[in-house]
Design a protein around this ligand. Structure first.
Ligand SMILES: [Zn+2]
Length: 153
């Protein structure tokens, strides 16, 4: 489908009425606009490593639904998520985030992902294959997010 960016820009210059809010990982392979062939004004997008939606994002989601009129919230996970894998691996190893990654500001994200994995699931993660662990972590984040959004919207 060909897009007329100039027309889209003109159509949205006086306001926006996005259909949906999309929450996804920062993974460079998971751009929702490209995957769903979206144009200007079609959706609000929120991206964060590992799809961890916490209070910081709920205001944007609330605005998108209640003020801008979005009717759908889509949380898109991705397989082989580096953030989830790193969080799980660090949880098992007990290593500090900045020691393992060299990044000083990843602690909050990694800890949010780790918190989404309950104690009873840790043994299952330890016994699962690497791909299965990545998928389980991402799915767990989505379920946790849905429970939060129900209270907000
Ligand atoms: Zn990811």
């Amino acid at each position: 489908m060909e897009r007329d960016i100039g027309k889209q820009r003109s159509d949205t210059s006086h306001g926006q009425h996005p259909l949906a809010i999309m929450l996804s990982c920062i993974d460079s392979r998971s751009s929702v606009e490209i995957i769903f062939d979206l144009g200007l004004g079609d959706v609000f997008t929120i991206r964060i490593a590992g799809n961890v939606a916490r209070n910081k994002f709920l205001g944007s989601i609330g605005y998108g639904c209640k003020v801008a009129g979005a009717k759908l919230i889509l949380v898109m996970g991705n397989t082989r998520c580096g953030a989830v894998t790193t969080a799980v691996d660090l949880d098992f190893s007990g290593r500090a985030v900045n020691e393992a990654t060299g990044c000083d500001r990843l602690d909050l994200i990694v800890h949010d992902i780790q918190k989404s994995i309950g104690p009873s699931e840790k043994l299952a993660f330890a016994n699962a294959s690497v791909d299965r662990r990545r998928s389980q972590g991402n799915r767990r984040n989505r379920v946790s997010f849905r429970r939060q959004q129900r209270d907000i919207l």
